[in-house]
Design a protein around this ligand. Structure first.
Ligand code: PLP
Length: 350
């Protein structure tokens, strides 16, 4: 007799490692291309000398620093092993198998996997023709069984962010017992003044949760640390479903050091924002369909040409993130790396 695995897991894809192309430029995961600052490496090295000890499971030093910086009480913060884990903790904290999680589609790839693994029902609401979240349709999808709505802003992988007026209208129309998660993994790259800071909304409304991460603008993707800002009731629930010690001590030290160096790290993001505008306008002038983006990536709506585009990029030693039949997401990087990608995008058309 073979062991019995949950049959529904058959519907989940097994892990397929990204193709490694020696010497290729990696623009597939929305990382920053520049390595950690010397001060952060130093903090990592120092923390490395104490890894025989378990981490502080409450991540007190990090929570205290975040509390000061964001001006929110420590009781309203929860940390996680990357904000993707906080997405899972949120579903676990709010849903049973009778409940529904709503999210846009296409959006962050982790949402459907998390909903299924956590045994919640999932409701996917199609994006608009402009690749933005269709908030009125998402509000209309709420039923008495709904416990959680993921609002990914800017939306991964398409790029647009939700503006203040439409978000407030949406929040007004969602019942206040439904948790609305503003997944702001790319917040530091937002330049549109009409895009609200989720923290302001979380201060005013008890059902709003903001997720942020050190993986993107802060350049710590390999260390896995993110955080949630929520009402104390939700933050406490997140801490209850937290796997003990899952934010490791090296990650905690690196996150604190990154907050110390925030000015320098966020200045680097401004260079990426400038490049984003250049990359997008170049792609538009080549004739690609590229939605407006507030993140550190662009979306090429390629439809059936996606796989051919992906192969062409790989042949040109550029790794992008292709979603077969739909489009490709490409990280905005340094001017030199972006030029290599743009050359590939140009030669694809010839
Ligand atoms: C990258 C990303 C995250 C989280 O990344 P972690 O590395 O787990 O912190 C969360 N949400 C979205 C939409 C992302 O793109």
């Amino acid at each position: 007799m073979s062991v019995r695995i949950r049959p529904d897991l058959d519907r989940l894809p097994g892990y397929v490692p990204g193709r490694t192309v020696p010497g290729a430029i990696k623009l597939a995961s929305n990382e920053v291309s520049l390595g950690p600052l010397p001060s952060v490496v130093e903090a990592i090295t120092r923390a490395g000398t104490e890894v025989n000890r378990y981490p502080d499971t409450a991540a007190s030093a990090l929570v205290e620093r975040l509390s000061e910086r964001l001006e929110v009480a420590p009781g309203r913060l929860a940390v996680g092993c990357g904000s993707v884990t906080l997405c899972q903790q949120l579903v676990q904290a709010t849903c049973t198998e009778a409940n529904e999680v709503i999210f846009a589609w296409r959006s962050f790839e982790a949402y459907p996997i998390i909903a299924q693994v956590s045994n919640a029902r999932q409701v996917r609401v199609p994006l608009t023709a402009e690749y933005t979240l269709d908030l009125p349709a998402m509000a209309a999808a709420v039923t008495p069984a709904t416990r959680l709505v993921f609002v990914c802003t800017p939306n991964n992988p398409t790029g647009p962010a939700v503006r203040r007026a439409e978000l407030e209208r949406f929040l007004d129309s969602v019942p206040s017992d439904v948790v609305v998660v503003l997944d702001e993994a790319y917040r530091e790259f937002v330049t549109d003044p009409e895009v609200p800071d989720g923290l302001e909304l979380a201060r005013e409304r008890d059902n709003v949760v903001v997720l942020r991460t050190f993986s993107k603008a802060y350049g710590l993707a390999g260390l896995r640390v993110g955080y949630a800002v929520a009402t104390p009731v939700v933050a406490e629930a997140l801490r209850k479903v937290y796997i003990p010690f899952s934010v490791n001590s090296v990650a905690q030290a690196a996150a604190v050091a990154s907050l110390d160096a925030a000015d320098e790290l966020l200045a680097r993001c401004q260079g990426i924002v400038a490049e984003r505008e250049r990359v997008r306008s170049e792609l538009l002038s080549l004739g690609y369909e590229v939605p407006e983006t507030q993140a550190n990536f662009v979306w090429l709506a390629l439809g059936e040409r996606t796989e051919a585009f992906n192969e062409h990029c790989l042949d040109n030693k550029v790794v992008v993130r292709a979603f077969a039949g739909d489009g490709a997401r490409v990280t905005v990087s340094t001017p030199e790396e972006n030029d290599v990608f743009l050359a590939a995008a140009r030669s694809f058309l010839s």
